[in-house]
Design a protein around this ligand. Structure first.
Ligand code: GLV
Ligand code: MN
Ligand code: MN
Ligand code: MN
Length: 412
């Protein structure tokens, strides 16, 4: 007699949504701000604590964990055929100061949840699977952002990244040693494919009521440092007419920067950091440093914005500008994007194509391997904010699509 159909079909692995949500809660405690947010700057004690937690979970699951010389963590789960290249997923465990509990960590925890789902359903993939935590995605302590994946993909030299210093003068190499996450060997596997789940960090999916974004690419970005010199002098005894106030000059420049951003839509331009020297109430500011972030989906758009920005700085006496980092716009792999689309449809979820406004490690991985990303909605479009939120259901939907995408890529 025929076996009942159900026992002949392979079991369908499912994400444990309750466990995934518990993991989000657990990781939010490392660097938790008390206001629902997380401050877990890269390579700090808080980052060490969440890394230790992640490594312990991976080892419990039966993964082998490798740490490379820039501190990227690779948790590998065996497939049937060890000779095949790994299929890789992951994201980052670091956050912005006063950041949220989803940006980055969701993609790492969803990778873990996918491995757990495979293990508990007894499904073994052909390819080994690797869940990765990339060092310093955020770039708020060390510039540039995404240098963990950048070093892995060969876009940034390891020595250069290790030598970068934070505002306190601590180098990346010293910070890695301090938390015990400087590995001795590069992780040499070139993945067969890379797919990353992330929150959208913008308003599009929520506004449309769409569950899943199939990400087509990442806009280009350029970072600039601007210095404006004035003359430090006594706030009480320097007449208004005699001042060279670097901060008021900076204020004019910041408004000009905003106007340039508005004139170059869909480009965006932000002054995210201002350092005032000496930063004392009764001293006319003698020097201001501005950190500027510029993004646009096209190279020509970036060029036009940069020209306008340089003109604005040149129009300001005693100021100078330096471009410290540039990343071209990236288009993801059509076949990988299609795998995400099929996975979303297979999960019964609505989806739409979307371009990423934010930078992601996937943009570096795209130079190494066929790459795609999955977005889920962000409440009020907010990210880099303690109020960042995606519901447990939305997170589980994203993880489910990730799991299906990994299985789909494994079949190819
Ligand atoms: C960091 O999250 C960035 O996208 O710049
Ligand atoms: Mn992120
Ligand atoms: Mn971020
Ligand atoms: Mn980012």
């Amino acid at each position: 007699m025929d076996q009942p159909l159900a026992s002949r079909t392979a079991p369908t692995p499912r994400i444990d949504a309750v466990q995934l949500n518990a993991d989000i809660e657990a990781t939010a405690r490392f660097g938790g701000t008390g206001n629902g947010g997380v401050s877990r700057l890269t390579l700090t004690p808080e980052d060490k604590a969440v890394r230790d937690w992640f490594v312990a979970r991976c080892i419990e699951l039966g993964c082998r964990v490798d740490v490379d010389p820039i501190g990227n963590l690779f948790a590998s789960y065996p497939g049937r055929n060890a000779a095949l290249p790994v299929i890789m997923t992951g994201s980052h465990l670091d956050t912005q100061p006063g950041g949220g509990r989803y940006d980055g960590v969701l993609g790492v925890l969803a990778g873990l949840a996918a491995l757990r789902a495979l293990k508990s359903s007894g499904i073994v993939t052909e390819h080994p699977l690797t869940v990765v935590n990339w060092t310093n995605e955020e770039g708020s302590r060390f510039s540039p952002a995404m240098f963990g994946s950048g070093v892995h993909a060969g876009a940034i030299a390891l020595d250069e990244a290790l030598a970068v210093r934070d505002r306190a003068g601590i180098s990346v190499g010293e910070a890695l040693d301090a938390i015990g996450y400087r590995g001795s060997q590069a992780y040499r596997q070139t993945p067969a494919a890379y797919v990353e789940l992330h929150i959208e960090q913008g308003p599009v999916l929520e506004a449309e009521g769409t569950a899943i974004g199939t990400v087509t690419g990442v806009q280009g970005l350029r970072w600039f440092d601007v210095v404006i010199e004035g003359t430090e002098s006594h706030a009480g005894s320097t007449p208004m007419a005699n001042r060279r106030d670097a901060l008021t000059a900076a204020a004019r420049l910041i408004l000009a920067v905003e106007a340039i951003g508005r004139a170059h839509a869909p480009g965006v331009l932000t002054v995210g950091h201002a350092g005032i020297s000496p930063n004392s109430r009764n001293v006319v500011p003698g020097r201001v440093n501005l950190q500027i972030d510029m993004r646009h989906p096209s190279q020509t758009g970036l060029d036009a914005m940069e020209t306008a920005l340089r003109q604005a700085v040149a129009g300001q006496a005693d100021s100078r500008i330096e471009r410290i980092w540039a990343k071209q716009p990236v288009a993801f792999d059509p076949a990988c994007i299609e795998a995400v689309r099929q996975a979303a449809v297979g999960c019964g979820l609505s989806c739409r194509d979307i371009a990423s406004g934010a930078g992601h490690d996937a943009a570096h991985l795209a130079a190494l391997a066929p790459t795609a990303m999955i977005f889920i909605p962000s409440r009020d479009g907010l990210s880099h904010n303690e109020r960042e939120y995606s519901s447990p259901r939305q997170c589980a939907d994203g993880a489910e699509v990730l799991l299906r995408t990994l299985l789909e890529l494994d079949r190819r």
